[in-house]
Write a protein that binds this ligand. Structure first.
Ligand code: HEM
Ligand code: HEM
Length: 139
Protein backbone atom coordinates (compact mmCIF):
# COMPACT_ATOMS: atom_id res chain seq x y z
CA UNK A 1 0.00 0.00 0.00
CA UNK A 2 1.89 2.98 -1.35
CA UNK A 3 -0.67 5.71 -0.61
CA UNK A 4 0.49 6.63 2.89
CA UNK A 5 4.13 6.65 1.81
CA UNK A 6 3.38 8.79 -1.27
CA UNK A 7 1.36 11.33 0.69
CA UNK A 8 3.97 11.60 3.43
CA UNK A 9 6.59 12.37 0.74
CA UNK A 10 4.34 14.87 -1.06
CA UNK A 11 3.51 16.70 2.15
CA UNK A 12 7.14 16.51 3.35
CA UNK A 13 8.44 18.34 0.31
CA UNK A 14 5.78 21.06 0.73
CA UNK A 15 7.05 21.56 4.29
CA UNK A 16 10.60 21.72 2.92
CA UNK A 17 9.51 24.50 0.55
CA UNK A 18 7.75 26.33 3.40
CA UNK A 19 10.69 25.85 5.81
CA UNK A 20 13.30 26.97 3.31
CA UNK A 21 11.19 29.97 2.25
CA UNK A 22 10.87 31.01 5.88
CA UNK A 23 14.64 30.43 6.39
CA UNK A 24 15.49 32.67 3.45
CA UNK A 25 13.05 35.29 4.75
CA UNK A 26 14.67 35.11 8.20
CA UNK A 27 18.17 35.39 6.75
CA UNK A 28 17.20 38.27 4.45
CA UNK A 29 15.38 40.24 7.14
CA UNK A 30 17.93 39.49 9.91
CA UNK A 31 14.89 38.67 12.03
CA UNK A 32 15.41 35.15 13.41
CA UNK A 33 12.38 35.39 15.70
CA UNK A 34 10.60 32.56 13.88
CA UNK A 35 13.54 30.15 14.23
CA UNK A 36 11.57 27.47 16.17
CA UNK A 37 8.87 27.53 13.48
CA UNK A 38 11.52 27.25 10.75
CA UNK A 39 13.34 24.44 12.60
CA UNK A 40 10.18 22.39 13.19
CA UNK A 41 8.70 22.98 9.73
CA UNK A 42 11.90 21.43 8.44
CA UNK A 43 12.41 18.74 11.10
CA UNK A 44 8.84 17.62 11.95
CA UNK A 45 7.64 18.47 8.43
CA UNK A 46 10.32 17.63 5.88
CA UNK A 47 12.71 15.30 7.74
CA UNK A 48 10.25 13.32 9.87
CA UNK A 49 7.58 12.97 7.17
CA UNK A 50 10.19 11.91 4.58
CA UNK A 51 11.40 9.27 7.06
CA UNK A 52 7.80 8.12 7.64
CA UNK A 53 7.40 7.88 3.86
CA UNK A 54 10.63 5.92 3.55
CA UNK A 55 9.64 3.47 6.29
CA UNK A 56 6.18 2.85 4.82
CA UNK A 57 7.68 2.36 1.34
CA UNK A 58 10.22 -0.15 2.69
CA UNK A 59 7.65 -1.97 4.84
CA UNK A 60 4.38 -1.78 2.86
CA UNK A 61 2.76 -4.34 5.16
CA UNK A 62 3.18 -1.84 8.00
CA UNK A 63 1.53 0.84 5.84
CA UNK A 64 -1.42 -1.50 5.38
CA UNK A 65 -2.43 -1.40 9.05
CA UNK A 66 -5.05 0.57 10.95
CA UNK A 67 -2.29 1.96 13.18
CA UNK A 68 -0.54 3.47 10.13
CA UNK A 69 -3.79 5.17 9.09
CA UNK A 70 -4.22 6.48 12.65
CA UNK A 71 -0.61 7.73 12.48
CA UNK A 72 -1.17 9.53 9.16
CA UNK A 73 -4.56 11.04 9.97
CA UNK A 74 -3.47 12.27 13.41
CA UNK A 75 0.01 13.48 12.44
CA UNK A 76 -0.86 15.50 9.34
CA UNK A 77 -3.62 17.76 10.77
CA UNK A 78 -2.02 18.02 14.25
CA UNK A 79 1.37 19.01 12.81
CA UNK A 80 -0.30 21.59 10.55
CA UNK A 81 -2.17 23.11 13.49
CA UNK A 82 1.00 22.94 15.61
CA UNK A 83 3.01 24.92 13.02
CA UNK A 84 0.26 27.46 12.29
CA UNK A 85 -0.38 28.17 15.97
CA UNK A 86 3.36 28.19 16.80
CA UNK A 87 3.80 30.91 14.17
CA UNK A 88 0.92 32.86 15.76
CA UNK A 89 2.51 32.39 19.20
CA UNK A 90 5.81 33.80 17.95
CA UNK A 91 3.92 36.69 16.37
CA UNK A 92 2.74 37.64 19.86
CA UNK A 93 -0.61 35.85 20.29
CA UNK A 94 0.13 34.41 23.74
CA UNK A 95 -3.43 33.12 24.21
CA UNK A 96 -2.88 30.49 21.48
CA UNK A 97 -0.38 28.56 23.60
CA UNK A 98 -2.85 25.89 24.86
CA UNK A 99 -3.66 25.03 21.22
CA UNK A 100 0.07 24.65 20.43
CA UNK A 101 0.37 22.42 23.49
CA UNK A 102 -2.64 20.27 22.56
CA UNK A 103 -1.47 19.90 18.94
CA UNK A 104 2.04 19.01 20.13
CA UNK A 105 0.67 16.28 22.41
CA UNK A 106 -1.31 14.81 19.50
CA UNK A 107 1.88 14.92 17.37
CA UNK A 108 3.72 13.11 20.18
CA UNK A 109 0.99 10.44 20.48
CA UNK A 110 0.97 10.03 16.70
CA UNK A 111 4.74 9.48 16.75
CA UNK A 112 4.16 6.83 19.45
CA UNK A 113 1.91 4.96 16.96
CA UNK A 114 4.74 5.15 14.43
CA UNK A 115 7.21 3.89 17.04
CA UNK A 116 5.01 0.82 17.68
CA UNK A 117 4.98 0.04 13.95
CA UNK A 118 8.76 0.48 13.65
CA UNK A 119 9.32 -1.89 16.56
CA UNK A 120 6.85 -4.38 15.14
CA UNK A 121 8.10 -4.41 11.54
CA UNK A 122 11.71 -3.17 11.39
CA UNK A 123 13.13 -6.59 12.25
CA UNK A 124 11.20 -8.23 9.40
CA UNK A 125 12.81 -8.40 5.99
CA UNK A 126 11.63 -5.60 3.72
CA UNK A 127 10.54 -7.01 0.35
CA UNK A 128 12.40 -5.77 -2.73
CA UNK A 129 10.69 -2.74 -4.23
CA UNK A 130 9.46 -2.64 -7.82
CA UNK A 131 11.28 -4.21 -10.74
CA UNK A 132 13.50 -3.06 -13.57
CA UNK A 133 10.52 -2.84 -15.95
CA UNK A 134 8.55 -0.73 -13.47
CA UNK A 135 11.17 2.03 -13.53
CA UNK A 136 10.90 4.98 -15.93
CA UNK A 137 13.20 4.61 -18.95
CA UNK A 138 16.47 6.54 -18.73
CA UNK A 139 16.52 9.74 -20.79
C1 HEM B 1 17.80 27.92 2.05
C2 HEM B 1 17.63 27.14 3.12
C3 HEM B 1 17.71 27.63 4.54
C4 HEM B 1 17.95 28.87 5.06
C5 HEM B 1 18.22 30.18 4.32
C6 HEM B 1 17.95 28.73 6.52
C7 HEM B 1 18.13 29.79 7.41
C8 HEM B 1 18.19 29.67 8.77
C9 HEM B 1 18.39 30.76 9.69
C10 HEM B 1 18.59 32.22 9.30
C11 HEM B 1 18.37 30.24 10.94
C12 HEM B 1 18.54 31.01 12.26
C13 HEM B 1 19.96 30.83 12.77
C14 HEM B 1 20.15 31.50 14.13
O1 HEM B 1 19.38 32.40 14.50
O2 HEM B 1 21.08 31.09 14.85
C15 HEM B 1 18.17 28.81 10.83
C16 HEM B 1 18.10 27.92 11.89
C17 HEM B 1 17.85 26.57 11.75
N1 HEM B 1 17.62 25.88 10.58
FE1 HEM B 1 17.63 26.66 8.73
N2 HEM B 1 17.70 27.43 6.84
C18 HEM B 1 17.53 26.72 5.68
C19 HEM B 1 17.23 25.36 5.56
C20 HEM B 1 17.11 24.49 6.61
C21 HEM B 1 16.80 23.07 6.47
C22 HEM B 1 16.55 22.34 5.15
C23 HEM B 1 16.78 22.56 7.74
C24 HEM B 1 16.52 21.16 8.21
C25 HEM B 1 16.41 20.09 7.42
C26 HEM B 1 17.07 23.66 8.66
C27 HEM B 1 17.15 23.54 10.01
C28 HEM B 1 17.42 24.57 10.88
C29 HEM B 1 17.49 24.39 12.32
C30 HEM B 1 17.32 23.09 13.08
C31 HEM B 1 17.76 25.66 12.87
C32 HEM B 1 17.92 25.99 14.35
C33 HEM B 1 19.42 25.90 14.64
C34 HEM B 1 19.74 26.20 16.09
O3 HEM B 1 19.04 25.71 16.97
O4 HEM B 1 20.69 26.97 16.31
N3 HEM B 1 17.25 24.81 7.93
N4 HEM B 1 18.06 28.48 9.48
C1 HEM C 1 5.89 17.32 19.35
C2 HEM C 1 7.13 17.41 18.95
C3 HEM C 1 8.12 18.48 19.39
C4 HEM C 1 7.98 19.49 20.30
C5 HEM C 1 6.75 19.84 21.14
C6 HEM C 1 9.24 20.23 20.34
C7 HEM C 1 9.49 21.32 21.16
C8 HEM C 1 10.64 22.07 21.15
C9 HEM C 1 10.89 23.22 21.99
C10 HEM C 1 9.94 23.75 23.06
C11 HEM C 1 12.11 23.71 21.65
C12 HEM C 1 12.81 24.94 22.24
C13 HEM C 1 12.52 26.13 21.35
C14 HEM C 1 13.14 27.41 21.87
O1 HEM C 1 14.05 27.38 22.70
O2 HEM C 1 12.66 28.49 21.45
C15 HEM C 1 12.64 22.87 20.59
C16 HEM C 1 13.84 23.07 19.95
C17 HEM C 1 14.36 22.24 19.00
N1 HEM C 1 13.80 21.07 18.51
FE1 HEM C 1 11.97 20.40 18.96
N2 HEM C 1 10.11 19.65 19.46
C18 HEM C 1 9.48 18.58 18.86
C19 HEM C 1 10.01 17.72 17.93
C20 HEM C 1 11.29 17.81 17.40
C21 HEM C 1 11.86 16.88 16.44
C22 HEM C 1 11.16 15.63 15.93
C23 HEM C 1 13.11 17.35 16.14
C24 HEM C 1 14.14 16.76 15.19
C25 HEM C 1 13.89 15.83 14.27
C26 HEM C 1 13.32 18.58 16.89
C27 HEM C 1 14.44 19.37 16.85
C28 HEM C 1 14.63 20.53 17.56
C29 HEM C 1 15.78 21.40 17.40
C30 HEM C 1 16.94 21.18 16.43
C31 HEM C 1 15.61 22.46 18.30
C32 HEM C 1 16.55 23.67 18.49
C33 HEM C 1 16.14 24.74 17.46
C34 HEM C 1 15.19 25.75 18.00
O3 HEM C 1 15.44 26.30 19.08
O4 HEM C 1 14.16 26.01 17.37
N3 HEM C 1 12.20 18.83 17.65
N4 HEM C 1 11.72 21.88 20.31
Amino acid sequence: MKTISSWFFRLAVLYLLAGVTLGIGMAASHDHGMMPVHAHLNLLGWVSMALFGTFYRLWPEAADTKLARIHFWSYVPAHFVQMATLAMLFRGMASIEPVVAAASIVVGLSIACFAVLVWRYAATTAPAQGSATARPAAA
